[in-house]
Design a binder for this molecule. Structure first.
Ligand code: MN
Length: 324
């Protein structure tokens, strides 16, 4: 069969654009103000996506010259219904909590603090720190464990060398590595360093949704480049992900994941609950120095008990994710 047009037009037939289920979550700059004059790049929560698995909060910061920003100095403050992960690329933070933990947070080491019913902690960059660079991540606890007792776990994963990349698995399993740290929902947390020009294909758990948080320029996910501090989101159903580094220098990213968190949560300030009443109660308990949060000993700053902001006069609405 032939085209029967008398004067056929020349058409440009571009190949169909590559189809990808990747969704890029752009970070927004949040000046932390107060004693911590740092600006962070926040990708979670945001309006169209609150959670990736149980990961419910992601701040990326630095590299910051501590002589300019003053570093980090966060006085004792509370948490409920969550776990915190402090992941550093450069620098050192002194952690104290109301469980009695006194720990140094160092690059490449997982420090997982559980504040179910309640915990309080302070975080101060050490005098030896000249550059501060890292991520602050939170994990929402499922309803059955959201009153879990205070806990603090430390783990230093050994980076594993793959072709063109080094992978350090701090939570869950990836590339044949498994973290021994137990979690309340299945989770994945790993640091990936890609050599210049590297192309890395990783097997994924198809029951997980994933987020790739780009720490540096050069990180590509499924062929799409991410800006520094951006998060590339991949829904469930994927069995692999292809990561690339187009930069002439090594690129670094965090790979986060977990099965979709099925519960709606209410997040306000440092609290995760299930209702407006939950966070109102947590605030009241913190402000009245209730035993619920305990006491942080040894913090040397002036403010020994960070006051909570005023609760907005409207009911705080639960957040979940759009159906997918
Ligand atoms: Mn905190």
């Amino acid at each position: 069969m032939s085209n029967v047009e008398v004067r056929p037009e020349e058409l440009e037939c571009a190949a169909a654009p590559p189809t990808s289920d990747l969704e890029v979550l752009e970070p927004r700059d949040v000046p932390l103000g107060g004693p911590r004059a740092m600006t962070v790049r926040r990708t979670l929560p945001q309006r169209r996506r609150s959670l990736i698995g149980a990961w419910c909060f992601a701040d990326h910061y630095g590299p910051d010259d501590v002589s300019e920003t003053g570093g980090m100095d966060v006085p004792p403050h509370p948490h409920t219904g969550l776990q915190t992960v402090s992941w550093l690329f450069t620098g050192e933070i002194e952690h104290r909590d109301s469980l009695g933990t006194h720990a140094l947070v160092r690059p490449g080491e997982l420090n997982l603090m559980t504040g179910g019913l309640g915990i309080a902690h302070s975080e101060v960059s050490t005098p030896a720190t000249t550059v501060l660079h890292g991520a602050q991540l939170w994990v929402a606890l499922p309803d059955a464990h959201r009153r879990a007792p205070m806990a603090f776990q430390h783990y230093r994963p050994e980076p594993v060398l793959l072709a063109g990349a080094a992978v350090a698995v701090f939570l869950g399993s990836l590339a044949g590595q498994t973290s021994p740290v137990e979690t309340f929902t299945p989770l994945l947390g790993a640091e990936l360093v890609l050599e210049a020009g590297a192309r890395l294909e990783l097997a994924l758990d198809s029951g997980f949704e994933h987020g790739v948080l780009a720490d540096t320029e050069g990180v590509g996910v499924q062929g799409t480049s991410l800006g520094r501090g951006a998060m590339g989101y991949l829904p469930t159903g994927r069995t692999t992900v292809t990561l690339t580094n187009r930069a002439p220098t090594p690129a670094r990213a965090l790979l986060l994941g977990g099965p979709p968190f099925e519960e709606d949560i209410v997040m306000w300030w440092n609290f995760v609950g299930r209702s407006h009443e939950d966070v109102v109660q947590a605030r009241e308990d913190w402000m009245s120095h209730s035993e619920r949060f305990g006491e942080v000993l040894g913090y040397a700053g002036e403010v020994r008990h960070l006051p909570a902001p005023v609760i907005p006069p409207v009911r705080i609405r639960p957040r979940g994710n759009p159906p997918h």
